[in-house]
Design a protein. Sequence first.
Length: 96
Amino acid sequence: MRRKHPADYLRSADPVQERHDVPRDELPGEFMMNALRLTAGFATGLFEQRTGLPLDTVNAALQQAAADGLLNITDHRITPTLLGQRHLNALIGRFI
């Protein structure tokens, strides 16, 4: 059931309105949608930890985004550049 009013949400014992599993092929996009919004980016190991997929799954998109100046990639961290932050929707779209 969807709650349209904040009071309904506050009275509810379960604040989650809907639950569903994210299909495996959508996991990289969902992860990047959350992680790349952070200016600090994410630790490289977090991708596999949260998605269950190896980082190599998105390596081509990561490398192309880095080549286009949208990402900084180190051995331990991936962060959006200022340009990547300005064009965040386009950056995230590369993983969807």
